[in-house]
Write a protein that binds this ligand. Structure first.
Ligand code: FE2
Length: 96
């Protein structure tokens, strides 16, 4: 069983700007290699890497709203893109 369709994977990849898309593809390759090395599920690693930067370009206020709508409350001092994009990506991936 795959965790994402090829069509959805392609749609997500195309949503990234070219430079970030290249980065995400490299992370996907590395994630699969690491998963195989450490006996984790490479399919999960592949999908996690696909989504990992999906929220990187969101506005901070939208990140906070997304997280709070999912019941995730993060202290204001941590409201910056470098911290919030990860949990936002997880929320988006779960909704896919
Ligand atoms: Fe990244």
């Amino acid at each position: 069983m795959e965790y994402i369709s090829k069509e959805d994977e392609q749609e997500i990849l195309e949503s990234y700007e070219p430079k970030r898309r290249k980065h995400v593809k490299n992370v996907m390759d590395l994630a699969v290699s690491l998963a195989e090395q450490y006996n984790a599920d490479p399919r999960k690693a592949y999908v996690a890497a696909l989504f990992h930067d999906i929220a990187k370009e969101m506005e901070i206020k939208d990140m906070v709203a997304l997280l709070e709508s999912s019941g995730i409350f993060i202290e204001r001092e941590y409201h910056n893109k470098n911290i919030l994009h990860g949990p936002c990506a997880a929320v988006i991936a779960c909704e896919y």
